[in-house]
Ligand binder design. Structure first.
Ligand SMILES: Nc1nc2c(c(=O)[nH]1)N[C@H]1C(S)=C(S)[C@@H](COP(=O)(O)O)O[C@H]1N2
Ligand SMILES: [Mo]
Length: 326
């Protein structure tokens, strides 16, 4: 199939009117079942856990004929339903059980919400969600999300380029990386009380990765605000990297000089590196990354270099050994 450039995937081409869009979403919720493959092992992976591996299918909806839909990504693959996207989640602050996140997170307070943007910048800013939505025009972006664990979805995000926000705070010349932090609130997030992981969740990008046009801060899915389990009210989405880079419920964004240590680097540095670029040729120490299970699809499909975004981001890594810099 001929690949259409992502820039050609505009709301005009792809989106029905918002009303029809949501009807389409409902129809797709009845599409065929998928089995989510999960590895298991000593060290937990960002999306794998013993209880999650015990859940082979998502939801319990009856198998029905998939509805024909014009909602596809640039490879022609259908979007996952709103139901799937919001009922099969990784958000370890609540639980490591993917199908239990939505229920455990349902009362998570996401308003008011402040995001502090600072570090090596000329114009530090503290923004609430209203500021963010008013100052940065919200766009629709259909992206693949590929979890390091071997499953993937196609998700229609609402959001805006992270670059627009970074330009406003004016990074200083010694700012080389961006560091992100999730809310720390063990009263609200049981996983922060009960689990051994180092909290708060931290992620990072090189500044040029952060400025790339594909990198967005997402505020919604399917034209609606993010529900808590999806990382409300604002989360990062970096579609060419494994899903764990796309940090949820962000409260802090800092421009820094040194490569930040992410939560998963801290937990298991040999398995989770700073770059975490999707790459079928670089296996996880405990499983192959050559193929993936698209949620609601039977069988596995080949994993694409940079998750199919090589044209847009390949130049960022010229001269970098992708095997060493995993
Ligand atoms: N704060 C935080 N962000 C997180 C995670 C997490 O546990 N906590 N999980 C990551 C992982 S492993 C994946 S695959 C994606 C999943 O996003 P989704 O649940 O919206 O599909 O979120 C990422 N962001
Ligand atoms: Mo993940």
């Amino acid at each position: 199939m001929k690949k259409i450039h992502p820039s050609e995937i505009t709301p005009e081409h792809v989106y029905l009117s918002r009303r029809d869009f949501m009807k389409g979403a409902g129809a797709m919720a009845l599409s065929s079942l998928v089995v989510a493959a999960c590895g298991s092992g000593e060290t937990p992976s960002p999306s794998t856990s013993p209880d999650a591996t015990a859940v082979p299918t998502i939801g319990g909806s009856p198998q029905a004929t998939p509805q024909p839909t014009s909602l596809v990504d640039e490879y022609g693959d259908p979007l996952n339903s709103y139901e799937d996207i919001t009922s099969f989640n990784n958000f370890y602050e609540f639980t490591t059980n993917k199908t239990a996140v939505a229920e455990l997170a349902k009362d998570f307070t996401t308003s008011p919400w402040m995001v502090e943007v600072g570090g090596l910048v000329n114009q530090p800013a503290t923004l609430d969600l209203d500021d963010i939505q008013k100052r940065f025009p919200q766009e629709d972006r259909i992206y693949r999300l590929r979890c390091v664990e071997g499953w993937s979805m196609v998700i229609p995000w609402v959001g805006f380029p992270l670059a627009s926000l970074l330009e406003e705070v004016e990074p200083l010349s010694d700012a080389k990386y961006v560091r992100f932090e999730t809310l720390y609130d063990p009263d609200q997030m049981a996983g922060q009380r009960n689990s051994p992981y180092p909290w708060p969740y931290v992620e990072g990008l090189r500044l040029d990765e952060a400025m790339n046009g594909l990198t967005i801060l997402a505020t919604g899915i399917y034209g609606k605000g993010l529900p808590p389990q999806s990382g409300a009210p604002v989360r990062l989405v970096v579609p060419w990297k494994y899903g764990f880079k796309s940090i949820k419920s962000i409260v802090k964004i800092d421009l820094v000089a040194e490569e930040p240590t992410s939560t998963w680097m801290e937990i298991s540095p040999n398995e989770y590196g700073f770059y975490a670029n999707v790459n079928p040729d670089v296996d996880h120490p405990r499983w192959s990354q050559a193929t993936e299970q698209r949620v609601r699809e039977s069988g596995r499909r080949p994993t694409l270099l940079f998750n199919g975004y090589e044209e847009e981001v390949g130049n960022l890594y010229e001269g970098l050994d992708l095997r060493e810099n995993y």
